[in-house]
Ligand binder design. Sequence first.
Ligand SMILES: Cc1cc2nc3c(=O)[nH]c(=O)nc-3n(C[C@H](O)[C@H](O)[C@H](O)COP(=O)(O)O)c2cc1C
Length: 442
Amino acid sequence: MSYHNPYTPPRKSATFDDYTLAEIRRAAATGIYDIRGAGTKRKVPHFDDLLFLGASISRYPLEGYREKCDTSVVLGARHAKKPIVLKTPITIAGMSFGALSGNAKEALGRGASIAGTSTTTGDGGMTDEERGHSQTLVYQYLPSRYGMNPKDLRRADAIEIVVGQGAKPGGGGMLLGQKISDRVANMRNLPKGIDQRSACRHPDWTGPDDLEIKIMELREITDWEKPIYVKVGGARPYYDTALAVKAGADVVVLDGMQGGTAATQDVFIENVGMPTLACIRPAVQALQDLGMHRKVQLIISGGIRSGADVAKALALGADAVAIGTAALVAIGDNDPHWEAEYQKLGTTAGAYDDWHEGKDPAGITTQDPELSKRLDPVAAGRRLANYLKVMTLEAQTIARACGKNHLHNLEPEDLVALTLEASAMAQVPLAGTSWIPGKGGF
Ligand SMILES: Cc1cc2nc3c(=O)[nH]c(=O)nc-3n(C[C@H](O)[C@H](O)[C@H](O)COP(=O)(O)O)c2cc1C
């Protein structure tokens, strides 16, 4: 006879939780893996696990109204005749036309230009809307070579060679047929309406020596004017940074695993790559070991949301940051205004990530002309500019409180960690101690 214990409620497994069970059933029913956009949804150590100490008796804060705290940054002065000069160290990350609508690209360009920062093209080439509305435009040179041409290389203000992305280091992009409109097909030289997977590695190189040759080739095409960035996904940040510097990069862009993507396999987003927080110190160490810290700039991305995140990335040694997802939210992505339509798609505002399907109610991750029209690029650009301004002011407020007259004067010494993991990854002491795991202290 079985015994029913009336005191103990039914207990669900932490390993086989409701979401896991649903995923097993979904896979069993459909036989296909899940594709989605956005970044990792699991919790990993992040900037939230760090705190600034602020000034005290031993540190002197700056007076907000009288003493300046500079936020400008110069990118790419190592070799380029025309380095990039930005008013804020918060840049807009590469997001492709194809993944995003023309109006969304235009809004990003408008917002960034008002704020005095740069935008970046993506895996789909340069659009006229984007070039026309971006004061400073970085042109991505990707493994797929979609939309790549020497004319656009010369129309750009900087070139970013993409080796990888934080959401999918080692993987290529995906654009499903429903987003391959006439215009997208034409720009990418692809048949309309057919799913495409873009390459995960450059067709003409097999290692760092080839990267060096490629950088030289791009410098020749652009008359040594444009800074050359190299973007890598957060996997082996020390060696990747060192190799990019050795190959001649002016700027290294390092994208951690929380970094967003337009579309890839969920299993990839959640299980490949290193948290952004864990990538920064090894990369900075590589730059310092080569005597290149602050000479080759480091741009960090992957889960940056606020001025506090910006200040923390800079305090750990980055020169600038890039934002993707947060910029999309600022222009209207996942806005509760469209809740009724999210519900019809079987989701809710804040969770919508089927960006590959092209049905975005907010008109951002779509090529549908009717949906795209919902996004007013002028108003959306203004929202992005406001958001960038707030983040810059927030970072500045923190820097002032730490007594710094430039955001770049923030340093690891200004930070403590709330958890052992964050302490080990960021190499700053656990709060209340001088202890850094692996480094000693009390
Ligand atoms: C919709 C979307 C499209 C993207 N397209 C590209 C791309 O074409 N090339 C690329 O290098 N990265 C691409 N990314 C990644 C971003 O450049 C960036 O690395 C990432 O979004 C940063 O993380 P965050 O979204 O947490 O800010 C894309 C990201 C998003 C959200």
